[in-house]
Design a protein around this ligand. Structure first.
Ligand SMILES: [Mg+2]
Length: 227
């Protein structure tokens, strides 16, 4: 059996440079028939797309039906593909090297993300690291990150065991622990290293730019495997 590690996307692997917010706005207007009055005030940090779009619909007084949510996700993916083609994501230092080093050690990598399925795979594709991931749980499946993590774990490759979740917010740490996983937090996103420590992460790194240190930290969390 080999270990499997789950990775959050935004703030952990990459920063989409605001492309997501514009795509969200356009997709919401088309799918729900109303413009959200204050897009700039919405926080996506640690959030899920389904949770955000349902809150937006409620705020606007329009129902969020499964049909509308699917239409929204479809349009979001369409606009995001356009946006990411024009403005590729910023991939954090060391991320491609770390993912390739883990893959080379036989570790299975999966996604656990608030992004809807199509945009999750799109973001890692535009970041050039899509070849490293083989499964995931997504933000159009449930508004709750704990449940999305459980869904990702239900899709582990058959020869793997769940080992670790890597994320950039207290919500990732909570989702890891609720699902019996260790949590490695990284300060590359919008939450400080100190706050992530207070939130109970099993280990915190400022970023992944020091590959050897990153691998060593992961080794301490899954000691029998990363050699
Ligand atoms: Mg994140």
């Amino acid at each position: 059996m080999r270990p499997a590690i789950l990775f959050d996307i935004d703030g952990t692997l990459l920063h989409a440079r605001g492309v997501g917010r514009g795509a969200f706005d356009r997709a919401f207007r088309a799918a729900y028939g109303v413009a959200y009055p204050d897009m700039a005030s919405i926080s996506f940090i640690g959030a899920t797309d389904l949770g955000v779009v349902r809150a937006m619909a409620e705020q606007c007084g329009v129902p969020s039906t499964p049909a509308r949510e699917e239409h929204f996700a479809f349009l979001l993916a369409h606009h995001l593909e356009e946006g990411l083609t024009a403005t590729p994501p910023h991939v954090y230092p060391g991320v491609p090297e770390l993912l390739r080093a883990l893959t080379a050690r036989g570790i299975a990598l999966g996604l656990v993300t608030g992004n809807v399925r199509a945009t999750a795979w799109m973001k890692v594709r535009h970041a050039g690291v899509d070849d490293c991931f083989t499964f995931g749980g997504y933000g159009d499946e449930d508004p709750d990150r704990n449940t999305i993590t459980r869904l990702a774990l239900s899709r582990l490759p058959p020869d793997t065991f769940p080992a670790l979740l890597v994320g950039d917010t207290p919500r990732d740490i909570e989702a890891a622990h609720r699902n019996g996983l260790k949590a490695l937090a990284v300060g590359s996103g919008w939450i400080s290293v100190e706050e992530l420590q207070v939130a109970g992460a099993d280990a915190v790194l400022p970023d992944f730019s020091a590959i050897d240190r990153s691998l060593q930290t992961i080794q301490t969390l899954i000691p029998t495997t990363v050699r």
